[in-house]
Design a protein around this ligand. Structure first.
Ligand SMILES: [Zn+2]
Length: 493
């Protein structure tokens, strides 16, 4: 007979003391037990694997235990405790709200709720995923919750408390169980590893905890899967291979490509990822973690390096010299956006290539803040009342008559309207090397009926300096070209 018991069940907390990370709920429940003021109904909410059902069962055990300790811990030895542990208790009825969600299912509860418990102190209904009940079922339950028969208690568990009717919520004492932190998960995994006599690298346990995303059950399932796969020590590489994760070395290769501006590397890396059948979502998760770690190191959390194996520590020390924290922020912004698009994207490979290309080109991008700061500095240096060089500036005729399109620019030469998509046309039409675009524009304006008024609109200069461009003006022009390329016409006027 197969005696294998999954780790999630084998190491499920059997006492309040063994519950990880939910101190507030545990203390409140224990105090209620000590003072004999246990509420009629409780609602445990939280993400998967945070201990909702575990706490409901523990409370049921403690209420019905025949030898409750002075610390209100269930004995796990008496008939009631053993029946609950094995799932055979007649007086602790567990109902899955997802598959028993209709009014008829709740009617059955209503019909049996009046019968006294058979041999235990309390008759306890534990309804899991209670938010799945239909509205009619909730309403049918409401009456029973309002006036429950003596010696009956209801414990509800849900991952989505906002879907539970307010009338139900208001009749329950509610515990919002928090997501488990990485340290709690690692601690529990380490104790399990010791118990089953397996050695485990700290970074391997960290990786499992990271993947579990706050759920102890997920962490234990992954750990179980890995221990079944291999009988040797649990190493970081084993976890990576087992779960199809990209090795850290791949990210360090990307860092080097950024440093060398090696665009071709993007395609090589994507090829490697696809050839090895890595899960794209996992890869992206880890890419985000990679830049998140570099950002945190930049923000002064150098202690994080200590937890890494020596080769990775070197890799991250190197990465710190490649990226600034602005680079990390920009990359993280981009990756988080892309993460949301993955499920619907039909071109995942191309998307991934574009993402890596974006990262490799990150050092070529001028940060927005930088650009705006430089524009502001330049704005301060531009003459207070600049004049647009037009034909009108030379000829005595009024501007309105000959060049009506230029009039608003000439009379209102502010920078804001200049830094608009119009700039794009400037950068496209005139190469940067051209020494004096305003002169060309001027001569063009003399012979033609002004085909590109946008050009003139960006040329601002005091009349006295008309013939010879000032230093300010040439800087300004260059910056405007940068802005045009950088903004890519995305800012609306
Ligand atoms: Zn007991």
């Amino acid at each position: 007979m197969n005696k294998y018991v999954p780790i999630t069940r084998k190491y499920r907390p059997q006492t309040f003391a063994a519950v990880c990370h939910q101190d507030a709920a545990v203390t409140t429940l224990k105090n209620a037990l000590k003072s004999g003021r246990v509420a009629q109904s409780y609602l445990f909410s939280g993400i998967r694997g945070t201990g909702k059902t575990t706490l409901a069962r523990l409370l049921a055990k403690a209420l019905n235990c025949e030898n409750l300790s002075s610390e209100v811990e269930p004995c796990n030895q008496c008939r009631s405790c053993q029946e609950i542990n094995s799932g055979n208790a007649l007086d602790v009825i567990e109902i899955d709200g997802a598959s028993n969600r209709g009014i008829d299912d709740i009617r059955q509860i209503n019909e049996t709720v009046g019968y006294a418990p058979s041999g235990s102190k309390w008759k306890i209904y534990i309804i899991d995923e209670v938010h799945m009940l239909t509205k009619e079922a909730f309403n049918a339950l409401l009456k029973t919750l309002e006036e429950p028969p003596p010696r009956v208690k209801f414990f509800f568990a849900t991952t989505e408390p906002h879907k539970v009717l307010p009338t139900i919520l208001s009749r329950c004492q509610r515990f919002d169980l928090s997501r488990l932190n990485q340290d709690s998960i690692v601690l529990k995994l380490r104790s399990i590893a010791e118990d089953i006599d397996r050695t485990a690298e700290p970074s391997a346990l960290d990786l499992i905890a990271q993947l579990a995303d706050g759920s102890m059950r997920d962490a234990e399932s992954l750990f179980d899967q890995i221990t079944c796969f291999d009988n040797g020590p649990i190493t970081h590489t084993l976890v990576q291979n087992m779960l199809g994760l990209a090795p850290r070395a791949l990210f360090f290769e990307l860092d080097t490509a950024v440093k060398d501006h090696n665009l071709a590397k993007a395609f090589d890396l994507v090829q490697t990822i696809f050839d090895s059948g890595k899960d794209l979502k996992h890869f992206l998760d880890h890419l985000i973690h990679h830049y998140r770690l570099i950002l945190r190191l930049h923000l002064g959390q150098r202690g994080l390096l200590g937890a890494l194996p020596s080769d990775e520590r070197t890799g991250y020390e190197n990465a710190l010299t490649i990226y600034t924290h602005h680079h990390c922020l920009d990359i993280l912004d981009y990756l988080v956006q892309w993460l949301q698009q993955i499920p619907s994207s039909p071109f995942k490979r191309i998307d991934l290539e574009m993402t890596l290309l974006f990262i490799i080109r990150i050092k070529q991008r001028i940060p927005f803040d930088n650009l705006i700061e430089r524009l502001n500095q330049l704005e301060d240096k531009v003459p207070l009342e600049p004049v647009v060089i037009t034909q009108a500036a030379r000829a005595p005729e009024p501007v309105e008559e000959k060049e009506p399109s230029l009039a608003p620019v000439a009379t209102k030469p502010e920078l804001a309207p200049i830094a608009t998509p119009k700039l794009e046309s400037l950068s496209k039409e005139k190469p940067i090397q051209e020494p004096a675009p305003q002169v060309a524009a001027l001569s063009q304006a003399e012979h033609e009926p002004v085909e590109a008024p946008k050009l003139e609109s960006s040329i601002i200069q005091a009349p006295s300096e008309m013939e010879k461009p000032s230093v300010h003006q040439s800087h300004y022009d260059t910056l405007m070209r940068f802005a045009a390329v950088e903004l890519n016409g995305s800012i609306k006027s």
